[in-house]
Design a protein around this ligand. Structure first.
Ligand code: PMP
Length: 369
């Protein structure tokens, strides 16, 4: 089936192979007589789905043995509260503000931590650059340092994680990797905890992935809800409460799909990363070379996943979107807080989809020159 290319920022496109397999298994999963949504989470069928998904994610992201993988509910915004409820035993938590999502995390943490401190902010640049790590004002003895490593709205990505020790901080690094999880490898030697909603790169909304170093478990504030206490969740293999079973199953199918990906002799996440670099380069080059389109983000921190761009003549916005839709290029409208356009090109977007967008960018510009 020839489907349009979907550039939604999330919930976002899912690989057609994954959707087809889920459709084929909808009424009867592997001869069990049940669909996955109808299974007890404690039955052997679902346990096997869960164990495979966990093992595949651990393999794909090369998650070390001293990290727990938790499958939770609540999404990225709930984690903004759940992280401080679990980790803010010391007085201060540090934030680097690089866009809307880290700003939201900072505001929420202030409800739970004694002090939420801004170590650096890119607000002055309208969130088009990342303040250099050497300039961050990191607190002594902070519980953690929070970054959003891919700002979905502003299109800003950390291409390297900071080495907090080298910057004089002993705090664990907490990253919100919602919108670039599984698009590139993660340097776990620099991370204490990573969280992300699934609905961009991994599957349907409703599943939240938390990957946490074991020594950070067991320090929750007394008010932390049991279902959101990382230690309780870890001790119960993510089944203290009913986990988002359908989301875990769909994520598992996506992990299998990721493992099958090949690119230039590479497999899995390494292959994905190569493809994502090629896709992003193609799109940024075409925007930079045009007279009509503009991306304002500093080249060293441009996101490979979310590419906001503006038409210099904003009166053409509606015509641009209508023409895109006609060509089967969907959901290109920018976030309301930023305006303009945004192309989200997660793992499920093939190079051919980005090429189709680039062809349209050229054609539209010529038509309106
Ligand atoms: N963090 C980031 C980076 C996001 O992109 C989003 C959603 N767009 C969130 C957090 C919030 O996720 P949710 O809506 O699942 O709570």
């Amino acid at each position: 089936m020839n489907r349009p290319y979907n550039f939604s920022a999330g919930p976002a496109a899912i690989p057609a192979e994954v959707l087809e397999q889920a459709a084929a298994e909808m009424l009867d999963w592997h001869g069990s007589g049940m669909g996955v949504m109808e299974m007890s989470h404690r039955g052997k069928e679902f346990i096997s789905i869960y164990e495979q998904a966990e093992a595949d994610l651990r393999e794909l992201l090369a998650v070390p043995a001293n990290f727990k993988i938790l499958f939770m509910q609540g999404g990225g915004l709930a984690e903004n509260a759940i992280v401080p409820l679990n980790l803010s035993h010391a007085a201060t938590v540090d934030f680097v503000l690089t866009g809307s999502w880290s700003q939201k995390s900072f505001k929420e943490a202030g409800k739970y931590a004694a002090q939420a401190h801004v170590s650096a902010s890119a607000e002055d640049s309208n969130f088009t650059a990342i303040p250099p790590a050497a300039s961050w004002d990191l607190s002594r003895g902070a519980s953690y340092v929070h970054l959003c490593t891919n700002e979905t709205i502003h299109g800003v990505e950390f291409h390297e994680l900071p080495d907090l020790k080298a910057l004089g901080s002993d705090a664990p690094l907490v990253i919100d990797f919602s919108s670039h999880v599984a698009s590139r490898p993660v340097d776990w030697s620099r991370v204490g905890l990573a969280f992300g909603g699934a609905q961009k790169n991994i599957g349907p909304a409703g599943l939240t992935i938390v990957i946490v170093r074991e020594d950070l478990l067991g320090h929750a504030l007394p008010a932390c809800p049991s279902a959101f206490n990382y230690k309780t969740v870890a001790d119960n293999q993510s089944m203290y409460n009913t986990p988002p079973t359908w989301g875990i199953y769909m994520a598992g199918l996506t992990f299998q799909w990721l493992k099958r990906q090949r690119e230039g002799g590479l497999t899995g996440i390494a292959a994905m990363e190569q493809r994502n670099i090629a896709k992003a380069e193609l799109l940024y080059r075409s925007i930079d070379q045009s007279q009509l389109y503009l991306n304002k983000v500093a080249p060293n921190c441009r996101s490979r996943m979310n590419i906001p761009f503006f038409l210099r003549n904003e009166a053409l916005n509606d015509a641009f979107l209508a023409g895109a839709k006609e060509r089967g290029l969907l959901q290109l409208k920018g976030h309301k807080s930023v305006g303009g356009m945004r192309a989200s090109i997660y793992n499920a977007m093939p190079l051919a989809g980005v090429q189709a967008l680039v062809d349209y960018l050229h054609a539209f510009e010529q038509q309106h020159a």
